[in-house]
Ligand binder design. Sequence first.
Ligand SMILES: C[S@@+](CC[C@H](N)C(=O)[O-])C[C@H]1O[C@@H](n2cnc3c(N)ncnc32)[C@H](O)[C@@H]1O
Length: 203
Amino acid sequence: MSVGRRAADRLLEVPVVYRLWQAPFADAKLRPFLERVDLRTVKRVLDVGCGPGTNAAVFKDSDYVGIDVNPDYIATASRKHAGRFVVGDVADERVLPDERFDCVFANSLMHHLPDDVVRSLLRRMSRLTTPDGGVHILDLVLPEGASMARLFARLDRGRFARPLHEWRALFTEHLEERHLELYPLGLPGVPLWWMVYFHGVAR
Ligand SMILES: C[S@@+](CC[C@H](N)C(=O)[O-])C[C@H]1O[C@@H](n2cnc3c(N)ncnc32)[C@H](O)[C@@H]1O
């Protein structure tokens, strides 16, 4: 990895830099999830890879638990938002709380994780939902043809952006698909990233 790339990645680990970088796209990223889920019905949410609390305000009326491997992000999130915030590496099988949530949520986490960790994480996430609850995942798609969005996906800090069919195969190993949507993020008419939204329930 180049020195410039490493420096940019380190910079994004600083909570305020990450928040500024995300701000213009945060609402658009959540659109398919918000179109599908009535937040008034969400009683308990587990936000896996919560970052510096990017999505915590959306769940302000729910009992919220966020988990992230970056202690600086968790410190910032705890200062700014209500809820319980935990430092933890999701590769550790014991790290997710043994509780039930009607919304188990992960926004832009899994493209940071290799396949074996994603598989194990999805298996564990699928077991934490209440009987009427679901797992909701938003993540970065690697477009298959040459494009600006493919370049941006390649430049991302996460090394595991995947083509849509690979995401779907991973998601449906442990979850029954209720909805899957591919959607662009960027400027009007100019997709800079492609995202997938997946809603699944435990098998
Ligand atoms: C692109 S950020 C997304 C943050 C937040 N969910 C959002 O929507 O802005 C990816 C997050 O995943 C976290 N992360 C990466 N690997 C992780 C791991 N192994 N365990 C827990 N969190 C991890 C990073 O610290 C970072 O906060």
